[in-house]
Design a protein around this ligand. Structure first.
Ligand code: KIV
Ligand code: NA
Length: 267
């Protein structure tokens, strides 16, 4: 299998095919998802709440995300590796965004970056693409703006659908290679997909987008336990939390009872 590049994702849309993206933040998940044929891996700023223990994605920094991007890029042989631009690392100016994007490709070894925001960011996207940085746009619900948007709320309902269509068209015209939509009614997402020729990716955006993405700890059931709410748009493909919990309990018990290590584990 060859390395997936941005034009392969474009081909998927042209041919009426679909592709899958998962988040990844480390070596083994990157290797496993790559081996499974997942076309794109996103080193999301969701590392804030899935790796670093924060409540939201806002606190994660470029310095924190860079080593994770590098680990994933070094471990994935076929998947396209996309680095998320953290809150505060691109909003100030196109110059700031280009500088941050360069770091993710040069130090992080990513193949592309993802950036939250609508038509307002078209000049930023253009500057990045001209600098050699492929940009995946992220519209609809954009978690970095949760304090402006008033929390986790579906975007693009009713008359607001046109705003998302306008955003997607402006970002495509600026050179974005893909448009990701989060928490958008299926009908709106279908209209956005039809309005642009670049591929689209959905998360909580129905079934009409070219690709889908999920946070791996949600999809594989690592995140869970008491009081943890999983979003409606997540499908559970495994129950890793239970598997690990049971294994860790067993290990602890074996150590306490002297069952481990046995003679076959000893020199
Ligand atoms: O950071 C992330 O994981 C994301 C996806 C949910 C799209 O942006
Ligand atoms: Na993100």
């Amino acid at each position: 299998r060859p390395r997936i590049r941005v034009h392969h994702l474009a081909q998927a849309k042209e041919r009426g095919e679909r592709f899958a993206m998962l988040t990844a933040y480390d070596q083994y998940t990157a290797q496993i998802f790559d081996e499974a044929g997942i076309e794109a891996l996103l080193v999301g700023d969701s590392a804030a709440n899935n790796v670093f223990g924060h409540e939201t994605s806002l606190p994660v920094t470029v310095e924190e995300l860079l080593p994770l991007v590098r680990a994933v890029a070094r471990s994935a042989r076929h998947s396209l590796v996309v680095a998320d631009l953290p809150f505060g690392s691109y909003e100030v100016s196109p110059e700031q965004a280009v500088a941050t994007g360069v770091r993710f490709l040069k130090e992080g070894l990513a193949h592309a970056v993802k950036m939250e925001g609508g038509a307002h960011y078209a000049p930023t996207v253009r500057a990045m693409v001209e600098a050699g940085i492929p940009v995946m746009a992220h519209i609809g619900f954009t978690p970095q703006s949760e304090h402006v948007l008033g929390g986790y709320r579906v975007q693009g309902r009713g008359d607001d659908a046109q705003r998302l269509i306008d955003d997607a068209r402006a970002l495509e015209a600026a050179g974005a290679f893909c448009v990701l939509m989060e928490m958008v009614p299926a009908e709106t997402a279908a209209a956005v997909d039809a309005a642009v020729s670049v591929p689209t990716i959905g998360i909580g955006a129905g079934n009409a987008t070219t690709g889908q993405v999920l946070v791996w700890q949600d999809a594989m059931g690592l995140r869970g336990g008491e009081g943890v709410r999983v979003a409606k748009f997540v499908k559970r493909y495994a129950d890793l939390r239970s598997t690990l919990l049971e294994a860790a309990r067993q290990y602890g018990q074996d150590v306490r009872t002297g069952t481990f290590p046995a003679s076959e584990h000893s020199f």
